[in-house]
Design a binder for this molecule. Structure first.
Ligand code: NDP
Length: 307
């Protein structure tokens, strides 16, 4: 079996070592060396040149959960299945990140930090938890893992997805027709949608205005789902109380971008849940073994939907 590996440059050795250990019989070639027709390719934001020089025949594995960058590569071969990472060690850190942001919003940590800087002793009234709804926009693998972590904290949790879900203890909203009531009940909106034709720019002034006054946005999905200027305007007007952002339209976030120094924004450099090499390789190797036996695998991307 022949495998082409193209991983983030500074991680080539670690990916290669893990893959060699998991599939000792495979011939592994590391990009920019290449193979004309490998059985499998493992790629991360590949350059267009990669698929111009190589045609994987059995499957292309994306070394991340989101496939927006890969599906945007103009040379991506049409017939070869694209398979994404499913959790692979990312759900737990994602749930930690979101829980920190949710608790910070509920306990008003930004406001108390500001009061401390001003030397001001002023207890603030707090909403009963039962009225502090958490809306998870994109209720897939990661969204459901976040919900499972928040549920024991007794926040009312709601999920929004394309198809309705049956998850105990979580109210499910589905499709655009139910977006407005979903937003209206979300004191914290957690974005865990894939970036697709349908979701890009979804969180603009019109939709974010349906959140209750004083709501928070947590975006851990993709930067292009949010319209940056509209978010800043709603924070400045006071309709939104805060935003926690891990992902941006341009990464690294340009030094002149208004998000950097906005008093109501907390930001991190796309670190909410990074790819875990060992877990990812174990998952991919298990899927390759299934494919080799002619068995189906999960995580195959539906290119018409874009995720
Ligand atoms: P999943 O595919 O499991 O979940 C995606 C969810 O979004 C599904 O519930 C899906 O609905 C829903 N959805 C997609 N399109 C629409 C739409 N048009 N309307 C309504 N709902 C929609 O993905 P994951 O949970 O694994 O990952 C989610 C995203 O998180 C990734 O695509 C990636 O961009 C991002 N991510 C970010 C990371 C970071 O470090 N910040 C790390 C990992 C992922 P349905 O279930 O009905 O299909």
């Amino acid at each position: 079996m022949k495998i082409l590996l193209q991983s983030p440059r500074d991680e080539h050795d670690a990916w290669r070592a893990a893959l060699t250990a998991a599939l000792p019989d495979a011939t592994i070639v590391t990009w920019p060396d290449t193979l004309t027709e490998p059985d499998y390719a493992l790629v991360f934001k590949p350059p267009a040149e990669l698929f111009a020089r190589t045609r994987p025949t059995r499957a292309i594995f994306n070394l991340g959960a989101g496939v927006d960058a890969l599906l945007g590569v103009p040379t991506l071969p049409e017939g070869t299945p694209v398979i994404r990472l499913e959790d692979a060690g990312m759900a737990a850190p994602m749930a930690e990140y979101v829980t920190l942001a949710v608790l910070g919003a509920y306990r008003e940590s930004r406001e108390y930090a500001a009061q401390q800087r001003e030397g001001r002793w002023q207890p603030r009234p707090r909403l009963p938890k039962s009225q502090f709804g958490i809306g998870i926009l994109g209720f897939g693998l990661l969204g459901q893992a976040v919900a499972a972590t928040l549920a024991p904290l007794a926040f009312p949790v709601r999920g929004w997805s394309a198809a309705r879900k049956e998850v105990p203890g979580v109210e499910s909203f589905a499709g655009l027709s139910e977006l407005r009531p979903f937003l209206a009940s979300s004191c914290v909106l957690v974005c865990l949608l894939p970036s697709t034709r349908e979701t890009r720019n979804l969180l603009d002034k019109a939709s974010l205005s349906h959140l209750p006054r004083g709501a928070h946005l947590v975006n851990v999905a993709r930067g292009d789902i949010v319209v940056d200027g509209d978010l800043v305007a709603l924070l400045d007007e006071g309709h939104l109380a805060g935003a926690t952002l891990d992902v941006f339209r341009d990464e690294p976030l340009p030094s002149t971008h208004p998000f950097w120094h906005h008093p109501k924004i907390t930001l991190t450099p796309h670190t909410s849940a990074v790819t875990v090499i060992e877990d990812s390789v174990a998952q991919i190797a298990a899927k390759i073994r299934r494919l080799e036996r002619g068995e189906p695998v999960t995580g195959v991307v539906d290119r018409s939907r874009g995720y």
